[in-house]
Design a protein around this ligand. Structure first.
Ligand SMILES: [Zn+2]
Length: 122
Protein backbone atom coordinates (compact mmCIF):
# COMPACT_ATOMS: atom_id res chain seq x y z
CA UNK A 1 0.00 0.00 0.00
CA UNK A 2 2.67 2.54 -0.98
CA UNK A 3 -0.07 4.76 -2.38
CA UNK A 4 -0.75 5.94 1.14
CA UNK A 5 2.55 7.80 1.21
CA UNK A 6 1.46 10.18 -1.51
CA UNK A 7 -1.58 11.35 0.41
CA UNK A 8 0.48 12.64 3.32
CA UNK A 9 2.05 16.11 3.25
CA UNK A 10 5.86 16.33 3.04
CA UNK A 11 7.88 17.15 6.13
CA UNK A 12 7.60 20.91 6.81
CA UNK A 13 11.23 20.99 7.97
CA UNK A 14 13.18 18.96 5.44
CA UNK A 15 10.52 18.39 2.75
CA UNK A 16 10.98 14.65 2.95
CA UNK A 17 8.14 12.85 1.14
CA UNK A 18 8.54 9.76 3.33
CA UNK A 19 6.37 10.96 6.18
CA UNK A 20 4.13 8.52 7.95
CA UNK A 21 1.28 8.64 10.43
CA UNK A 22 1.71 7.72 14.06
CA UNK A 23 -1.58 8.11 15.87
CA UNK A 24 -2.69 11.72 15.51
CA UNK A 25 0.81 12.82 14.52
CA UNK A 26 2.77 12.82 11.30
CA UNK A 27 6.38 11.74 11.62
CA UNK A 28 9.37 12.38 9.39
CA UNK A 29 11.86 9.48 9.35
CA UNK A 30 14.66 11.64 8.00
CA UNK A 31 14.82 14.46 10.55
CA UNK A 32 12.59 12.90 13.24
CA UNK A 33 10.24 15.88 13.19
CA UNK A 34 6.72 15.21 14.54
CA UNK A 35 3.70 17.42 13.93
CA UNK A 36 -0.05 17.31 14.05
CA UNK A 37 -1.82 16.52 10.81
CA UNK A 38 -5.01 18.12 12.09
CA UNK A 39 -3.54 21.60 12.48
CA UNK A 40 -5.10 22.87 9.28
CA UNK A 41 -8.56 21.51 10.00
CA UNK A 42 -10.63 24.19 11.71
CA UNK A 43 -12.67 22.73 14.55
CA UNK A 44 -16.38 22.89 13.72
CA UNK A 45 -17.25 24.22 17.14
CA UNK A 46 -15.21 27.42 16.93
CA UNK A 47 -16.88 29.23 14.05
CA UNK A 48 -20.54 28.57 14.63
CA UNK A 49 -21.41 29.63 11.11
CA UNK A 50 -21.89 26.07 9.93
CA UNK A 51 -24.19 24.36 12.38
CA UNK A 52 -25.30 20.86 11.53
CA UNK A 53 -28.93 20.28 12.41
CA UNK A 54 -30.11 16.68 12.49
CA UNK A 55 -33.56 15.16 12.65
CA UNK A 56 -34.78 12.64 15.22
CA UNK A 57 -32.91 9.75 13.63
CA UNK A 58 -29.69 11.56 12.74
CA UNK A 59 -30.29 12.65 9.15
CA UNK A 60 -28.70 16.00 8.41
CA UNK A 61 -31.35 18.56 7.55
CA UNK A 62 -31.03 21.33 5.00
CA UNK A 63 -33.05 24.33 3.89
CA UNK A 64 -35.93 23.26 1.65
CA UNK A 65 -36.17 19.71 3.00
CA UNK A 66 -39.52 18.02 3.54
CA UNK A 67 -39.99 16.42 6.94
CA UNK A 68 -42.75 14.63 8.82
CA UNK A 69 -43.66 15.22 12.43
CA UNK A 70 -42.95 12.14 14.57
CA UNK A 71 -45.19 12.94 17.51
CA UNK A 72 -48.25 14.98 18.32
CA UNK A 73 -47.29 18.57 18.98
CA UNK A 74 -49.41 20.88 21.05
CA UNK A 75 -49.69 24.32 19.51
CA UNK A 76 -50.02 27.32 21.75
CA UNK A 77 -53.34 29.05 21.13
CA UNK A 78 -54.71 26.27 18.98
CA UNK A 79 -57.37 23.75 20.08
CA UNK A 80 -55.83 21.06 17.90
CA UNK A 81 -52.39 19.53 17.89
CA UNK A 82 -50.12 18.90 14.95
CA UNK A 83 -50.59 15.19 14.36
CA UNK A 84 -47.96 12.52 13.94
CA UNK A 85 -47.09 12.11 10.29
CA UNK A 86 -47.94 15.67 9.31
CA UNK A 87 -45.82 16.57 6.30
CA UNK A 88 -43.96 19.87 6.44
CA UNK A 89 -42.49 21.12 3.17
CA UNK A 90 -39.74 23.62 2.59
CA UNK A 91 -38.28 23.91 6.06
CA UNK A 92 -35.77 26.63 6.85
CA UNK A 93 -33.01 26.09 9.38
CA UNK A 94 -32.72 28.84 11.95
CA UNK A 95 -31.22 29.62 15.31
CA UNK A 96 -34.48 29.98 17.12
CA UNK A 97 -35.52 30.27 20.72
CA UNK A 98 -34.49 27.37 22.94
CA UNK A 99 -34.15 24.15 20.96
CA UNK A 100 -36.25 25.43 18.07
CA UNK A 101 -34.08 25.24 14.99
CA UNK A 102 -36.58 24.83 12.17
CA UNK A 103 -38.77 27.56 10.73
CA UNK A 104 -41.62 26.26 8.63
CA UNK A 105 -45.22 26.60 7.57
CA UNK A 106 -47.54 23.84 8.71
CA UNK A 107 -50.76 23.32 6.77
CA UNK A 108 -53.68 24.50 8.86
CA UNK A 109 -51.45 26.08 11.49
CA UNK A 110 -49.31 28.60 9.67
CA UNK A 111 -45.78 29.77 10.24
CA UNK A 112 -44.07 28.31 13.29
CA UNK A 113 -40.83 27.03 14.73
CA UNK A 114 -40.20 23.38 15.46
CA UNK A 115 -37.48 21.38 17.11
CA UNK A 116 -35.43 19.19 14.81
CA UNK A 117 -35.79 16.41 17.40
CA UNK A 118 -39.51 15.98 16.61
CA UNK A 119 -39.23 15.62 12.83
CA UNK A 120 -37.90 13.06 10.42
CA UNK A 121 -36.59 13.79 6.94
CA UNK A 122 -38.72 12.33 4.14
ZN1 LIG B 1 11.89 15.98 8.06
Amino acid sequence: MTDDLTSLPPCPLCSSPYTYEMGALLVCPECAHEWSADASDAPETSGGSVKVIKDAVGNVLADGDTVTVIKDLKVKGSPTAIKVGTKVRGIRLIEGVGDHDIDCKVDGFGQMQLKSSVVKKV
